[in-house]
Ligand binder design. Structure first.
Ligand SMILES: [Zn+2]
Length: 125
């Protein structure tokens, strides 16, 4: 249970919500680096977390690695790419995972608010 909680704390759920708490720019002497702090809103169910941990054991996973999420978040400025909303954001596959889209490249992932994420999946079906 201890280990399980630890893993869960490090996961940003595709279906969970999180908030941007703080962001700032640091200059490392060469370039400006965008830093940010996110806190997951505690609405992720234990069931969902277990599902994600299982997914992580599969090589081709629909789960987006944290490094890719960080890259996408910085690139999209922590906003929905469609409307600029900054709340209830989701990481969305540009080319859906079910159609062969990868989770491992930032180019195939974008930030969408809950509203646009839902309208997009409605269109695909
Ligand atoms: Zn939106």
């Amino acid at each position: 249970m201890q280990v399980y909680e630890k893993i869960k704390a490090g996961i940003w759920s595709d279906n969970g919500f999180f908030h941007l708490v703080d962001s700032w720019v640091e200059n490392d002497g060469v370039r400006n680096v965008f830093k940010f702090k996110l806190v997951a809103v505690e609405s992720v169910s234990d069931e969902l977390a277990a599902e994600e941990i299982a997914d992580r054991l599969v090589e081709r996973s629909r789960i987006i690695p944290t490094s890719v999420k960080l890259e996408v978040w910085a690139r999209d400025g922590g906003k929905c790419v469609t409307c600029g909303a900054t709340d209830e954001l989701h990481f969305d596959h540009v080319l859906p995972f079910s159609k062969g889209g990868t989770s491992l490249k930032a180019e195939n992932v974008q930030l969408l608010c809950a509203r646009h994420n839902l309208s997009k999946s409605a269109k695909i079906q």
